[in-house]
Ligand binder design. Structure first.
Ligand code: ZN
Length: 472
């Protein structure tokens, strides 16, 4: 039986993608690094259709790659060539099903775009705080499946702390309804956490109940030049001791990252007259419309300037300036993409060890790979850094990319020695399967494999992601 004949009765012509150009787009990740060969993309319109598609795959032992906005950084949403897998894309299931303002929750389907969820919450006077550079195309199912973080984790936590309930289609086609919007529930294992961050290897998230927060009414944003990463860490402590929870964003950005944005993104502008080795983009907000976070931030920075933690700072004076500062931060990924391929890391270490990580890893890399270029930026309060490496000359860079395993060894050994994680944000996907096997605690890895084997004994759910495929 042809694949199309298997799924056509379930989803109809509107739910099947066979056009070669469209198929190619679904089979390619946004960095252009992974190329799948799925002959068919199935786009169900409801949970019942997802369940029927999964049942059919279960019977025929066809591997399923769940896909949302296809913005994975590690090939999690792209099939492995030569395995006859299908892509199950959830973009048609994009409805926001319910808003419960008194419960501070929003219920939506997995294909809802993150920005649409943020906007819907805001229209009701609430905040959905998760914010990432790809929010205009990333979809909630993928955001949950990767336990996305972003720039507001410091205040609101990552996706794991923003999900109250899930509906999931299990690998045998059964539907688990865990869609309660409860903040407290001690009736045994909290199953939703198995699926959050599982990268679609345990089931397909179809609907979610998300936590909302009061909408801030006043905010202040500053672009701050600092001499060292240690000064940035100390500055965070300084701001939090004065303003506590009101510090919502605290991003570290290296000069090299800023340079790439200025070079590649038209209209971008350096906020300060003189170049500094490191910058912090800090934001404070307040739900009290009468509060003056601008004055609070300004006086905190004055004091930090006196203590030598800060070299110079510019506080945004308008909404336009705030957006321009955030654009500088958000466009780093795009600027890097335009500059060429790089070896990317999204590591975490305890916050106090950020300076040691940057110093140790950079020193070792420069020794081993002279001329290396480090683009480092990230979320200081989460101990999470994007640490991306390339060489400026194109031919040298191609050679350098060929040495990825040796580069990873230096970076990940340093992370491991400092008690950190090799993936704090992007996940494992196809990219870091071997690295996970190398660094994850063996007992933890075995428990993960047992959970996988219990839920998906046939190994049809996003095979070959997170760990090597058990079958197929
Ligand atoms: Zn990040």
């Amino acid at each position: 039986m042809k694949l199309i004949d298997l799924f056509s009765p379930i989803v109809g012509p509107a739910g099947l993608v066979t056009d070669p150009a469209a198929l190619r787009a679904h089979n390619t990740d946004w960095r252009g690094r992974y190329h799948g060969d799925a002959e068919l993309v199935v786009k169900p319109a409801s949970t019942a259709e997802v369940a029927a598609v999964v049942r059919a795959c279960h019977e025929a032992r066809i591997g399923i790659v769940p896909q949302g906005g296809n913005t994975s950084q590690c090939g999690a949403s792209i099939p492995r060539p030569g395995h006859g897998e299908i892509i199950l894309n959830l973009s048609r299931m994009n409805r926001i099903l319910e808003t419960d303002w008194d419960n501070d929750t929003l219920t939506c389907e997995a294909g809802a775009v993150l920005a649409d969820v943020q906007n819907m919450a805001q229209r009701g006077g609430h905040l959905f705080p998760l914010s990432i550079a790809s929010e205009g195309s990333a979809e909630i199912g993928g955001v949950i499946s990767t336990n996305a973080g972003g720039t507001a984790v410091l205040r609101y936590g990552n996706m794991r702390s923003l999900v109250l309930g899930l509906e999931v289609v299990l690998p045998d086609g059964r539907i688990w309804n865990g869609l309660h919007g409860l903040r407290k529930d001690n009736t045994g294992y909290d199953l939703k956490h198995w699926f959050i961050g599982a990268e679609g290897t345990l089931g397909i998230i179809t609907t979610a109940v998300l936590r909302l927060f009061p909408l801030p009414h006043a905010r202040a944003t500053a672009w701050i030049a600092v001499p060292t990463p240690q000064a940035a860490v100390s500055l965070l402590g300084h701001l939090r001791s004065r303003s506590g929870e009101r510090v919502t964003g605290f991003e570290l950005i290296s000069r090299m990252a800023v340079q790439l944005v200025l070079q590649h993104i038209p209209g971008s502008r350096d906020p300060l007259p003189e170049a500094a080795p490191w910058y912090v983009l800090a934001e404070m907000d307040d739900t009290d419309p009468g509060a003056d976070p601008h004055a609070a931030l300004s006086s905190a920075l004055d004091q930090a300037l006196e203590e030598g933690l800060v070299l110079d700072a510019a506080i945004a004076q308008s909404e336009g300036q705030i957006n321009a500062l955030w654009a500088l931060r958000e466009q780093i990924s795009e600027a890097q993409r335009l500059e060429g391929i790089s070896i990317k890391h999204d590591i975490s270490v305890p916050v106090s060890r950020i300076p040691a990580f940057i110093e140790d890893a950079t020193e070792r890399l420069q020794e081993q790979f002279p001329g290396i270029r480090v683009v480092c930026f990230g979320h200081v309060g989460d101990g999470n850094l994007h640490y991306n490496l390339s060489k400026p000359n194109q031919q040298e860079n191609t050679e350098f990319i060929g040495q990825t395993p040796a580069v990873n060894r230096v970076v990940h050994d340093t992370v491991d020695r400092l008690g950190g994680s090799i993936s704090a944000e992007h996940g494992i996907g196809q990219l870091k399967v071997d690295e996970l096997a190398r660094y994850k605690d063996p007992v933890a890895l075995e428990l993960m494999q047992r959970i996988k084997g219990t839920l998906d004994p046939l190994g049809i759910m996003n095979p070959g992601k997170v760990f090597r495929a058990t079958t197929g």
